[in-house]
Design a protein around this ligand. Structure first.
Ligand code: DLL
Length: 433
């Protein structure tokens, strides 16, 4: 049976959602015009005023916001309410440049937690579940978001945060945790450790996982599901828009429903900025129509994916986004060819490897090199050189046919690549160092 947290809105007819979006958009643009001088200036430069925005159809008239705007206005140049109305901040991991600081009023937190509650119930969660939250707590939004959502559902919430893997497993078993929330790479690590400790899928009480915050392949989903004996659901979000729960998977496990009453999604051509027709692949752009403290209008996520309005078997009507291929800035250009790390992951898992790999890119004699380093599983690991060479050849051939370019393959001993407790670092690009 499908569970919903807010069925009246999650299953509302599209025309009704569109009407809600239009009303909220008109109000939100006024709010930003009145309270965020930086964005008002951007609107003025584009020759648009709040009077020009009467419905969602006018959205394309508004200027984009990008990471560069967020950097320029750091720390609080986009804050749209007086500081005394702000109750919390979160911040991005900020691997490049300055971190982004996102501000929340109590109302913003409430709506964000509702979104996470929708995701938990779509994964089958109810007030009878025990939800172990193993995303990081603190500045990262993963822990706080799913924690709040779990409270709203009324589940017993276990605020583990990430790390201390054996203790995580002990709590899952001792408290009979039924839903696990963490990054997919940490879920894979937890699964590996459970296996080492001798626990098979039937020894683990978990029934579902809510995994996101990084790109992960369909093959990785199947592998985690098998090891833990669970259903693994994808969840998407970003700090700038609140955190996890912007979109989430339902029982159909075929794309993530975007919470359209709060976020209007567009797909644009990343080069020209033109809005693309439904179904085409491009950069995802969001307008947050409810956020008070940190409103984002036409925010360019850099995530590459496509949208679909096909009817979903779960009964939800909100548009679905496909698994993001990765961020446009994660995309590697190797000898002129575009390569997404997720494509490499697909090849590795299809060949029976686990998701313990690293992609090392370098430039030697003015030519880009691509080295895919992957651990063998304990079953594969032996000293038969011929067998290892065969494996290497097979992987190189499969990578060539997936990517269109040649990659070097290094097969490593089990456990030689560091495991991730949060977002995994898959790519080392030495050309940038
Ligand atoms: O990762 C929020 C989050 C926490 C989402 C927990 C899901 C679960 P940031 O750290 O700001 O926020 O990173 C946002 O991560 O633009 C995507 O590139 C990537 N990302 C997030 N979810 C997914 C996903 C959180 N399900 C950035 N699949 C986004 C692929 C994802 N990429």
């Amino acid at each position: 049976m499908e569970h919903y947290y807010q069925p009246e809105i999650e299953c509302a007819p599209y025309e009704e959602i569109r009407k809600i979006q239009s009303e909220k958009l008109v109000k939100q643009v006024k709010h930003v015009w009145d309270n965020v001088p930086y964005y008002r200036k951007k609107m003025e430069e584009k020759g648009v005023t709040p009077d020009d925005i009467k419905s969602v159809d006018d959205l394309h008239k508004l200027p984009f916001l990008s990471k560069a705007d967020l950097r320029e206005t750091y720390p609080d140049g986009l804050l749209a309410v007086p500081k005394d109305e702000v109750v919390r901040i979160h911040s991005t991991s900020g691997t490049t440049g300055k971190r982004v600081i996102a501000f929340y009023t109590q109302h913003d937190i409430d709506l964000w937690e509702d979104c996470c509650a929708r995701a938990i119930m779509a994964a089958g969660g109810t007030n009878e579940d025990v939800v172990q939250v193993s995303y990081g707590y603190g500045l990262f939004t993963g822990g706080a978001g799913l924690h709040g959502g779990s409270h709203k559902v009324g589940s017993l919430t276990v605020p583990m945060s990430s790390g201390n893997t054996d203790r995580q497993i002990m709590f899952i078993k001792d408290l009979n945790a039924t839903i696990l929330c963490c990054t997919p790479s940490y879920a894979a690590y937890l699964g590996e450790r459970m296996h080492e400790l001798g626990y098979g899928p039937n020894d683990i009480p978990l029934k579902a996982g809510i995994f996101g915050a990084e790109a992960w392949s369909e093959e990785m989903r199947q592998s985690i599901e098998k090891t833990m004996g669970i259903k693994a659901f994808d969840i998407y979000g970003l700090t700038e828009l609140s955190g996890p729960g912007v979109a989430f998977e339902c029982s159909a496990q075929h794309g993530m429903h975007i919470n359209e009453d709060h976020f209007i999604a567009e797909i644009i051509d990343p080069d020209s900025g033109e809005v693309l027709p439904e179904g085409e692949q491009g950069e995802l752009v969001f307008t947050a129509v409810d956020k008070e403290a940190f409103p984002m209008i036409r925010y360019r996520t850099k995530d590459i994916c496509r949208l679909s309005r096909e009817k979903c078997s779960c009964g939800r009507t909100h548009v679905r986004m496909a698994k993001p291929m990765g961020r446009s800035d994660d995309m590697l250009i190797i000898r002129g060819v575009n390569v997404f790390p997720s494509e490499i992951e697909t090849v590795l898992l299809n060949n029976g490897y686990a998701a313990n790999y690293q992609i090392v890119v370098d430039r030697v004699n003015n030519t880009d090199t691509l080295d895919v380093q992957v651990e063998m599983t304990p079953e594969m690991f032996n000293d038969n050189v011929g067998e290892i060479e065969e494996r290497q050849k097979k992987l190189m051939a499969d990578l060539k046919s997936m990517l269109g370019i040649k990659a070097k393959v290094s097969l490593l001993a089990p456990k030689s690549i560091a495991r991730s407790e949060g977002k995994a670092v898959r790519v080392v690009d030495k050309r940038k160092i």
